[in-house]
Design a protein around this ligand. Structure first.
Ligand code: ZN
Length: 385
């Protein structure tokens, strides 16, 4: 397929050349509409009906929802339009100029995951849309790498997607049906300062945090026993104490203490339960100490993904790739699509091992295999009886 691959390379080059960094730090955050416009042009020309969904309060961020065929259900092919920020000094070539070396295409977002869109177009080359019995939906989301605002927006507006979703994130052609979720939390405790020689004059926030930490560690041990999950390398939820800050001087009672932590949730442990239980610990310990305290979530939590291992899409991708389905440690938009009634599987040609770092690349041979796999998948999911 030399001509097909050449067109994929050209289109990937065009997408890589359109910077679309998303970042929680506004200094690095960029628009994604230029990428969305280009995709709208290509998928429109391929016969798709184009829809755009503005995302959040940002005027320059949007999701693209493109549909081929009509009716309900069908297959969704989904990718994100944004990339992580980059460190130009670490690159051997311009991150925004696709370069080919040793059977690999190098460029920012090549693997994660701008290559997915030209791959979908290549899989549809010569496809006769009148053969569709169920619709094929192409979804291109905003802000996956930062807040997942694009996927959250789809859930908030209850946009119907389809029966199954393939998310073309870098998995080296291994189907991923399950991953952990993430809660990042900050515990803020406010006591009262006073002279260190008379502890009763104040309320020591550090002492109180010490008690909270003891309870968090007990919660962590209990959670690992309550929610064992042997599908993961670390077979249960984790809680990491990441950063603590408090007080100012050895001779003053510490009036304020803050702790940052991260929880990795297994699918059986709901975000609301974890947050509720940690919140109870903070309230109880602060009440005992006479301090005030709160649990703040500085970032919206990311849910865990669990698509049944016997889902039709999982089985099909296992058969087509020759790789058994697995779990991963990174979060995706999958749980949001599952919430919309889609059974989601993560499966793409890039490799997570080279994503989010200088000299990111995608192997051309994997791109070629992905095109073949998608062709068969579209036939079976959207055309067959
Ligand atoms: Zn990604």
């Amino acid at each position: 397929m030399p001509d097909t691959l050449e067109l994929v390379r050209q289109r990937l080059g065009e997408l890589v050349a359109l910077p679309s960094v998303s970042c929680v730090d506004p200094a690095h955050d960029m628009a994604n509409v230029a990428v969305v416009d280009r995709l709208a042009e290509w998928f429109g020309a391929a016969g798709f009906a184009i829809g755009r969904q503005p995302v959040s309060r940002a005027p320059d961020k949007a999701n693209l929802i493109a549909r081929l065929g009509s009716g309900e259900g069908g297959l969704v092919l989904s990718g994100h339009t944004d990339t992580v920020p980059y460190d130009a000094a670490g690159w051997d070539s311009d991150p925004f100029e696709l370069s080919e070396r040793d059977g690999r295409w190098y460029g920012l977002g090549s693997a994660d995951m701008k290559c997915f869109f030209p791959v979908v177009l290549a899989a549809l080359e010569g496809f006769d849309a009148s053969r569709l019995r169920r619709p094929l939906t192409l979804l291109a989301t905003a802000d996956e790498e930062s807040s997942m605002a694009g996927a959250r927006c789809l859930v908030d507006e209850g946009v119907p997607l389809g029966d199954y979703a393939l998310i073309g994130e870098p998995t080296a052609l291994v189907p991923i049906h399950k991953h952990k979720g993430i809660v990042i939390g900050r515990i803020e405790i406010v006591g009262r300062s006073g002279h260190s020689s008379e502890p009763a004059l104040g309320i020591n926030a550090l002492d109180c945090m010490h008690d909270v930490i003891a309870d968090l560690r007990a919660w962590r041990a209990a959670a690992a026993e309550r929610f064992p999950d042997g599908d993961f390398k670390v077979p249960g939820p984790t809680l990491n104490l990441g950063r603590i800050e408090g007080g100012d001087s050895p001779n003053r009672i510490c009036a304020r203490c803050e702790l940052l932590f991260d929880i990795r949730l297994v699918p059986a442990l709901a975000i609301a339960d974890a947050v509720g239980e940690i919140g109870d610990i903070v309230r109880r310990r602060c009440a005992e100490a006479g301090a005030t305290g709160q649990l703040v979530l500085p970032m919206a939590p990311m849910p865990a993904l669990e698509t049944p291992a016997d889902s039709r899409l999982v089985g099909m991708l296992e058969a087509l790739s020759g790789n058994p389905a697995r779990t991963v440690a990174f979060a995706t938009e999958g749980p949001f699509f599952n919430a919309l009634g889609c059974e989601s599987v993560v499966f793409g040609p890039g490799d997570i091992a080279v994503a989010h770092q200088p000299n990111e690349y995608v192997e051309v041979a994997r791109v070629a295999r992905m095109i073949d796999i998608l062709r068969t998948l579209i036939e079976r999911m959207c055309c067959d009886d």
